[in-house]
Design a protein around this ligand. Structure first.
Ligand SMILES: Cc1cc2nc3c(=O)[nH]c(=O)nc-3n(C[C@H](O)[C@H](O)[C@H](O)COP(=O)(O)OP(=O)(O)OC[C@H]3O[C@@H](n4cnc5c(N)ncnc54)[C@H](O)[C@@H]3O)c2cc1C
Length: 385
C-alpha cells in the first residue's frame, strides 16, 4: 500500500480510542503509512473511562482476545497492567443462573470455569460476605484503560504511525465510489483507505458517506474507592456490576442503569449522584467488608450501542475503500483483536483469523425506522431517570 502524494496517508483512521489506536498500531507494525486523527485527546471518550474488562466470551473475536492480552505488553512494548482470570459472585439464585452463561460459552471454546461455594468465595475474595455462589473463570481478566490507550499510541508511533489530536474530521472528499480524503479545520488529508472508528460518532460520520449505521449512545457511570489491600484476583464482579481492583488497590466499578442519550446532549449531563449512589450500594452489598471505603472519584462515559448489542466490523459495499469499526460496549477488551481484524479488512478485505459474518452491517437492513423507541431506547430527557 503506497502513501498518497501531499498531505495524507495510505490509511487514515478516524478516532483515537482503543479501536482506532489498536487498528493504527496493527497497520503501522506492517509498515503501512497510517494516520490516526482524533477530535480531542486520545482515550478521552469511553476508551479511557471503562471498566477495563477483557472477558468477551460471546464474541467471534473472543479466542483472539484471550490469545493476545497475555502477550500484549510484550507486543506493544509498554505496560497495560493486564491481569488474567475473573471471579463473579452471585448474591442470589437468579444471578447464579445468569452468570453460568459465561461458564457455558467459555467451555464451548475450551476454557475452564470452577464453580465456587460460599467458603471458597470468602477465601478468594476477602471483601465478600455471605454470597449465594460464584464462578472462577480461567479466562478473561482486566487491564488499565489509560495505560492501554497510551501503550497503543506509543507503539503506533514507534512503528512510524502518526497521530493528530485535537483535529475533528468534519467531512469527506469522495471520487466515484471511493473516499479520497477527510476534511478537518487543519486542512484536507488524502487517503487510499479510510477507517471510521469514532465510537458513538461513527454513525453520523458514516451517514455523511451515505452509509446507514444504526447507533445509540448510553451514558454510564463508574465510581472509585480509596485504595484497599490487594486481592489475589483483581477482576471480581457480580451483583449487576462490572469493574476491577486497580493495582493501587482502588475498587473501580460501574453498572447500569444506563441512560440513553442523544450525542448533542452529552456535555450537559456529565454525571449524576443518583447513579453513583446506586452503584455504591450494590458494590457494598457485593463487598460488605469493604463498606468502610470512601468513594473518592466518579465519572461518566458514553457507550456506543448497535440495536443488537454486537459490534460492526465491516466494509460497506457502496464504497470501495471504507472500513467501519464500532464495538457496541465491548470495545476495550476486544481492542487487541478488533484492531487486528480492522488491519485484515483494510489490507485484504477479509478477516484472516475469525468469522466476522455476525458483525456485518447488512444485518440491520430491515430495521424499523423507529427502532430506538421500539426497544425502549428513549432519550433520558423523555424517559426520565
Ligand atoms: C463506563 C463504561 C464502562 C465500560 N466497561 C467496559 C469494559 O469493562 N470492557 C469493555 O470491553 N468495554 C467497556 N466499555 C465499552 C468500551 O469502553 C468501548 O466499547 C470502547 O472504549 C470503544 O472504543 P472506540 O475506540 O471504538 O470508541 P471511543 O473510545 O468512543 O473513541 C472514539 C474516538 O473517536 C473520536 N472522534 C469522534 N468523532 C470524531 C471526529 N469527527 N473526528 C475525529 N475523531 C473523532 C472521539 O473523540 C473518541 O476519542 C465501557 C464503557 C463505559 C463508558
Amino acid at each position: 500500500m503506497s502513501p498518497q502524494g501531499g498531505e495524507g496517508a495510505a490509511v487514515i483512521v478516524i478516532g483515537g480510542g482503543v479501536t482506532g489506536l489498536s487498528a493504527g498500531w496493527w497497520l503501522a507494525r506492517d509498515g503501512i503509512d497510517v494516520l490516526v486523527i482524533e477530535a480531542g485527546a486520545i482515550g478521552w471518550a469511553a476508551s479511557g473511562r471503562n471498566g477495563g474488562g477483557c472477558s468477551h466470551h460471546h464474541s467471534p473475536l473472543f479466542l483472539e482476545e484471550q490469545r493476545l492480552w497475555p502477550m500484549l505488553d510484550e507486543l506493544l512494548g509498554y505496560p497495560t497492567e493486564f491481569r488474567p482470570n475473573r471471579i463473579r459472585i452471585a448474591l442470589d439464585e437468579r444471578q447464579f443462573r445468569l452468570y453460568r452463561r459465561a461458564l457455558e460459552n467459555g467451555a464451548r471454546q475450551g476454557f475452564r470455569t470452577d464453580v465456587l461455594d460460599p467458603p471458597q468465595i470468602r477465601e478468594l475474595v476477602p471483601f465478600a460476605g455471605e454470597a449465594y455462589g460464584g464462578y472462577f473463570y480461567h479466562f478473561g481478566g482486566h487491564a488499565n484503560p489509560h495505560r492501554t490507550v497510551q501503550a497503543y499510541a506509543w507503539a503506533l508511533q514507534d512503528h512510524g504511525g502518526r497521530l493528530l489530536q485535537h483535529t475533528p474530521v468534519l467531512g469527506f472528499d469522495t471520487r466515484g465510489n471511493r473516499v479520497a480524503g477527510v476534511r478537518t479545520p487543519r486542512g484536507a488529508f488524502a487517503c487510499d483507505q479510510l477507517v471510521i472508528a469514532a465510537g458513538p460518532a461513527t454513525g453520523a460520520l458514516a451517514a455523511q458517506l451515505g452509509v446507514a449505521l444504526p447507533l445509540m449512545s448510553a451514558r454510564a457511570e463508574m465510581i472509585v474507592t480509596e485504595p484497599l489491600a490487594l486481592m489475589a484476583t483483581g477482576a471480581v464482579d457480580g451483583n449487576g456490576l462490572y469493574g476491577r481492583q486497580t493495582l493501587r488497590g482502588n475498587l473501580a466499578y460501574g453498572g447500569g442503569p444506563h441512560e440513553w442519550v442523544e450525542l448533542q446532549d452529552v456535555g450537559a449531563r456529565a454525571h449524576s449522584t443518583v447513579l453513583q449512589a446506586s452503584i455504591a450500594r450494590r458494590l457494598y452489598a457485593l463487598f460488605p467488608k469493604a463498606a468502610h471505603a470512601r468513594v473518592i472519584r466518579s465519572w461518566a462515559g458514553f457507550i456506543e450501542n448497535t440495536p443488537d448489542g454486537r459490534p460492526v466490523l465491516d466494509r460497506p459495499a457502496s464504497l470501495e475503500n471504507l472500513t467501519i469499526a464500532t464495538l457496541s460496549s465491548v470495545g476495550f477488551g476486544l481492542s487487541p483483536a478488533a484492531g487486528r481484524a480492522v488491519r485484515d479488512l483494510v489490507v485484504s478485505g477479509r478477516c484472516g483469523f475469525a468469522d466476522l459474518s455476525t458483525l456485518r452491517l447488512g444485518r440491520f437492513a430491515g430495521l424499523e425506522p423507529g427502532w430506538r423507541a421500539l426497544q425502549g431506547w428513549l432519550p433520558a430527557a423523555a424517559g426520565g431517570e
